[in-house]
Each structure stands twice: as C-alpha cells, then as structure tokens.
Design a protein around this ligand. Sequence first.
Ligand code: GTP
Ligand code: MG
Length: 334
Amino acid sequence: EKPKAERLSVEQEGKFTEDMKSLFEKLKPSEASGDRRRRFLEKLERLLNREWPGHDIQVHAFGSTENHLCMIDSDIDVCIKTSWDGLKSTCYLAARLAKCGMERVVCVPGAKVPIVKIWDPEYQVACDMNVNSTLALDNTKMIKTYVEIDERVRPLAMIIKHWTKRRVLNDAAGGGTLSSYTWICMILNFLQTRDPPILPALHQRPHKKRPPINGVDVSFDDDIETLKGFGHNNKETLGELLFAFFKKYGHELDYEKKVISVRHGKLLSKEEKNWQYLQNNRLCVEEPFNFTRNLGNTADDSSVRGLHLEFRRAHRILSEDADLATVCEQYEFP
Ligand code: GTP
Ligand code: MG
C-alpha cells in the first residue's frame, strides 16, 4: 500500500493543529489531580516511616508523575529508597500496606524489577512501587529533559500516548504491545531524526560523567538552560509532526533492518548491534541506558504487524480528512 498523501494541505494542517491544541488542553491533568498525587506521595512516605522508624525511607515518584506526560488515569510509579534490607521482600511490604488501608494489593516478586501494586481509596490513585531500583529515576529525568527542550514535545507525546491507549496499543505486560516508556522512546527518536532535528541526542553531547550505578552509565547532558531552543530551526507544526510520525512508522521505517536509538539520536542497523537473531526483534527499540535491551521485544511478530496497520490507518485517515477524533476512536474488539 502506498502512502495516500505526501503531505497535508494548508487547510488540513491548520485545522488539524487546532484540533491537537484543544485535545491537549483536555488531556492535561487538572491542578486537583496533581494535588491528589502529591498528597498521596506524602502520605506514603509518612506511613512507611511510621511502620519502620529509624530507616530513613524516602519515596521518589518517577514515570509520568515526573516526566510531564501524565494523563488523567496514569498510575503513580514510585521508587522507595532505603539502605535497610528489610524492605527487600516485596511481599512483606505488600502485607503491611494492606494492613494500613491500601486496597487491591498485589506483590510481583519475580518480575525483572519486583514491585508492589496498590490502590489508595483515600486519594483514588493506583501506585506501582519498587525498592531501590533507581535506574528508572534516571531514565525519567532523561525523558523530562527531552520534554522541556522544545514546547512541541509535550502536546505531541501526550496525544500519541492518548492514541495508543484508545487503540489498545499500550499494554506491554498483558497485551503483548508496548509500554508508555517504549512509545516515548519512539517519539523522541522521531523528533531527533527530523530535518532539521527538533531534539538532540543527550547522551552524545558533552556532559559531566557520573559514577555508574550497577555497571550502568547513567550520565547524559541535562543542562536544560543551554538545551532550550535546540529545535528552533525546525518550523514544523504539531499537525505536520503527527502526520509525519504516522507516515514514518507506517510507511518509511525499514523494520527488517533498523534499530531505533535514542542514545545515538538516529537509526542503527540490526547488524551493528548484533540483534539479527534476537527473539521478537521485528520492532527494535534500544533501551537508552541498558543498551543491550530491546524494549520492542514485548511485541511479537503478529503484534508488530498489528501496530504497523494502526500507523497506516492513522496516516490514511489524516490524509483523507484530517479528523483527529476518528484517528483516536476507541478500538472495539470484534
Ligand atoms: P503512563 O503510566 O502510561 O502514564 O506512562 P509512564 O511514563 O509512567 O510509563 P510507564 O508506566 O510505562 O513506565 C514508568 C517508568 O518506568 C518509565 O518512565 C521508566 O522510567 C520506567 N520503565 C518502564 N518500562 C521500562 C523498561 O522496560 N525498562 C526500563 N529501564 N525502565 C522502564
Ligand atoms: Mg506510569
């Protein structure tokens, strides 16, 4: 199938950018919801230190609570930092949280990163917490920095996230599709590879090296004052960018050969990464810190085929009548 249109007409582009701006206003979480999140985090920290006094337990939010890409129904991701070994058992932590009035408590001790999931009925928020897995704090800081560099990143990324949720493409664990984190990496790389680029590759710019954490280099350029305005030579509007995003992933990217790399700010080849024979390597998205990991491996071949069709569907709808509401229509299972 050939792309229907190379570009949007001026009228389509204008209408579409306006639609995106008003959708973005609706997606932005309210003051009240930000408040609820903050108060929940304070309560959790108080509660943990009351249960286990003398261990200086700190609660750090990460993920969308911190990276400016929070949606109304986003969970709160929390890293509990403590030098005390007692909290290493997530099931022990879970049992105590259940006693303190938390609901829907689940511990997942065997996961890559063991977590406890809870629902707080008082503040009506869902929370996933890990203990001392601090890499997520660093990759959250990276995303936050990218979002702050150019004012187009936040609305574009929020709208694409909204689209992934409505089209049921945002469930890495249960649905065999991609996590928000993987989607964000695909959006950032798209913006790094515009001509001229809208985002730099923070890992490639000169920066102060920090000591590695568990063998992982966590440093990148985070000097937001010098980074701001990086993309100003690129004049593309939100409408043009969303259209180009669907076109790139629907019609241009060579999934067979390429690896999406935020760390390098470009596409790499599967050969140079030695990823030709990885399992589930149809869609390759390099984890920017643990760069031997393919974030795309949560989607198998048939799932990637489904994603590909969704990109093409969105691109086709936009080239026909630039209707954002139809693009983001809730997917109904047949
Ligand atoms: P929503 O919850 O959907 O609003 O988005 P989110 O930005 O919070 O993303 P998500 O809940 O998928 O992930 C939260 C954070 O966990 C991300 O910002 C990353 O810091 C981290 N994370 C998620 N998945 C991975 C992964 O596969 N590898 C690594 N290293 N970190 C991850
Ligand atoms: Mg989250």
